[in-house]
Ligand binder design. Structure first.
Ligand code: PEP
Ligand code: MG
Length: 293
């Protein structure tokens, strides 16, 4: 019985017009990757890599990162995955990096900003992803968090291409990402997605952060929790702009914030033209059911 329910949930969502909507899961560990498959997710739309770095005095090296990623990929049975590069700073402080909470706070050097300022950290992780991608049947896409401008997206692309060239020269087994993307979490990025789309293959909207930046209320502060409103008019006008910009730029658009896990909201996002939703594994079955014609 459980297998039947699982198989039903695993069927893809196809809209009456023939458009397929990817319903994927956000995961951060092997256990969550398994849960995603069991929940019937079409893949992983956001692999948060920070957890693999927690509780460590030093950052893990390339080999260890590659092995950790390979273990997550193995749990996916060939389903596609989007790996996100390290999203440090803001609400995600890693002891190994000893980051200053203001300089690396929500408006500071976080996400890709940190990666570009600390090239060795980013390079090591990207090499690990490319190496792990060589030994899996899953399509492995790669995306960067907290991007504001197209030149940052280009710098990210350069890092990935350079890592591929290095591995090639070393004779190592590697695979380039099936697609390269950036998260849209900053209002300036949301309103100029067409500029990002000229550089990347897809964008994934991180509404958890996008909402906090639009309403200027930190996502972690109970004092301003009442202002943190994902249903705000400004949020939905911005989402409309993102989809329109992605269409103009010819790139795919996903939403991977918590918003996507609510069935009614998910339907609203799909009506806007979003191609893919990614959410906590527990939300997958209900969202798929709500989206089916
Ligand atoms: C987001 O900001 O919406 C997101 C998906 O990323 P995180 O919650 O990890 O910041
Ligand atoms: Mg975020």
């Amino acid at each position: 019985e459980r297998h039947e329910a699982q198989a039903a949930a695993a069927a893809p969502v196809v809209l009456p017009d023939g458009r397929r909507v990817e319903v994927r899961a956000n995961v951060a560990s092997v256990a969550e990757a398994r849960a995603a498959r069991e929940a019937g997710a079409d893949g992983v739309g956001l692999l948060r890599t920070e957890l693999m770095f927690l509780d460590r005095a030093e950052l893990p090296g390339e080999e260890e990162q590659a092995a950790g990623l390979a273990a997550v990929f193995a749990a996916l049975d060939g389903a596609p995955v989007v790996v996100r590069t390290l999203d440090v700073g803001g609400d995600k402080q890693l002891p190994a990096l000893r980051l200053d909470p203001v300089r690396h706070g929500f408006l500071g050097e976080r996400g890709l900003r940190h990666g570009l300022a600390h090239p060795e950290v980013l390079r090591t992780q990207v090499r690990a992803v490319l190496r792990a991608a060589a030994s899996t049947a899953s399509e492995v896409a790669l995306m960067a968090p907290m991007v504001t401008f197209a030149d940052e997206a280009q710098a990210f692309r350069d890092v990935v291409e350079r890592a591929g060239a290095e591995l090639q020269a070393e004779g190592a087994a590697y695979a380039l990402p099936s697609a390269l993307g950036v998260m849209v979490e900053v209002p300036a990025a949301a309103l100029a997605v067409d500029e990002l789309a000229a550089v990347v293959d897809f964008v994934s909207v991180g509404t958890n952060d996008l909402v906090q930046y639009l309403v200027a209320a930190e996502r972690t502060l109970p004092e301003v929790a009442g202002l943190y409103r994902p249903d705000a008019t400004a949020v939905w006008r911005t989402l409309e702009q993102v989809v329109a910009g992605a269409r103009r730029g010819g790139c795919r658009v996903a939403v991977c914030g918590e918003l996507a896990g609510d069935p009614e909201t998910a339907a609203r996002l799909v009506a806007l033209g979003v191609d893919e939703l990614s959410m906590a594994p527990v939300s997958v079955a209900a969202v798929k059911a709500a989206l089916r014609p």
